[in-house]
Design a protein around this ligand. Structure first.
Ligand code: ASP
Length: 405
């Protein structure tokens, strides 16, 4: 049986186990979760997260060195960023449009009296972007600051390309390091079905079914928007820009989506999504290792969709009419908020505060959706990393057709 099938079965079994425990054995769930599901899930997340920093550094340094020519890097960078920005804007528009169509905030009564939400301080986007050049790369590694690691790795890769044979030992060291990392990704993935089972059982078992019922339509709108965006935006870019079969794209990338779904973390999924894109989708290493780490850090279409839907939902609950100008501000701030969202669980919701304040909506509204956000986080993370892979395929195919790779 191949890995994708195993992971999908594990996800389904994990969800069923979580629901059954939640409904029929609520007393049995806490000890099972504490001593089995949570620890197994945590070990799995740690195992793959362990590989993220070395993989990002090594593969980007090698990728940049492989591209050699800075012009080429610039062109690929431009294509990548443009794809990210355009698809993220589509994502928000789909989310907002669907929220207006299905009006989740007008379905039922939502108690807004006495809602409290203490917004955790999210770093201002300007600061994140200004700080992308690290002053101390060792610190960037220690803090797993992805953007800084990416920048440093690009510099190192550029130097490798310029210095050529003078530094071929270092190049070889990095190449062998890459072999080791990819071997470890495969090894860790053998554990993925158990990890995903445990994570799903834990997440679903913890979830109050009443909360899901109350927020049903909101959840449906978010999931529907995620599916539409995934199938149409990515599907059509694979078909029209990359001129490849979207079905084999989704099929090939499925194992990474499964891992994203269970871990709710783009960063943690990165080693898997890169290895799957290279092996199953045939994306050249140099392009995958440049596009995907960058995407896992700044390209979050699923998150942007949630932020768009949540903003309209909260406006509907609080009976606030959003003007066209306000909607435009929502689109712009949600693009920025999703760029600023770190690829770890739950941060998208923290960044939502920024979008709400930009159009003077009450930040307390977040308290309404926080209860079910854990579940939606799984789905949006799967979309987040699929967008990065779709971009990698599009960039790879267009470069290849132009005879540049
Ligand atoms: N969990 C998401 C990710 O890692 C970010 C978020 O929306 O909270 O991609």
């Amino acid at each position: 049986m191949n890995l994708s099938v195993k992971i999908i079965i594990a996800l389904v079994l994990g969800a069923i186990t979580g629901i059954l425990l939640n409904v029929f054995a609520p007393d049995l769930f806490p000890p099972l979760d504490k001593y089995l599901f949570s620890p197994v899930g945590k070990i799995f997340i740690s195992l793959i997260t362990m590989l993220v920093v070395p993989i990002v550094f090594i593969s980007i340094a090698l990728g940049t060195a492989g591209l050699g020519d800075p012009k080429k890097l610039g062109r690929i960078g431009l294509k990548t960023i443009s794809y990210f920005l355009v698809t993220t804007s589509f994502a928000i528009v789909i989310g907002i449009g669907l929220a207006y169509l299905l009006e989740p905030g007008n379905a039922g009564t939502f108690e807004t009296e006495g809602l409290e939400y203490s917004s955790e301080e999210a770093p201002p986007i300007s600061e994140t972007l200004l700080n992308i050049v690290p002053t101390n790369p060792i610190q960037s590694f220690a803090e797993a600051n992805m953007l800084q690691i990416i920048v440093f790795a690009i510099f190192v890769g550029f130097a490798l390309a310029m210095l050529g044979t003078k530094v071929d030992k270092v190049q070889e060291l990095l190449e062998q390091g890459n072999e080791i990392m990819m071997y470890l990704v495969n090894l860790v993935m053998k554990f993925a079905p158990y990890g995903t089972f445990a994570l799903l059982a834990s997440a679903i078992g913890t979830q109050g079914l009443d909360a899901i019922k109350a927020m049903g339509l909101y959840m449906i709108v978010v999931v529907l928007a995620l599916v539409i965006h995934g199938l149409f935006t990515y599907g059509s870019s694979i078909l029209l820009l990359a001129k490849r079969n979207p079905i084999s794209f989704f099929k090939g990338f499925a194992p990474a989506m499964g891992v994203a779904f269970s871990t709710s973390s783009s960063n943690a999924t990165l080693p898997v999504s890169m290895s799957v894109a290279q092996k199953n989708l045939g994306v050249p290493k140099a392009i995958s290792s440049f596009v995907q780490p960058l995407g896992a850090t700044i390209n979050m279409d699923g998150t942007a969709i949630m932020q768009g839907v949540a903003t309209v939902f909260i406006a509907q609950v609080y009976d606030v009419n959003l003007t066209w100008t306000a909607l435009l501000i929502v689109v712009m701030t949600a693009v920025l908020a999703s760029i600023g969202t770190a690829g770890v669980p739950g941060v998208g919701l923290i960044m939502l505060a920024m979008v709400l304040s930009a159009v003077n909506l009450p930040v307390e509204g977040i308290a309404l959706i926080i209860g079910i956000d854990r579940l939606l986080d799984m789905a949006r993370t799967a979309v987040n990393i699929t967008g990065d892979a779709a971009c990698a395929v599009v960039v790879a195919e267009t470069e290849e057709r132009a005879g540049r790779v």
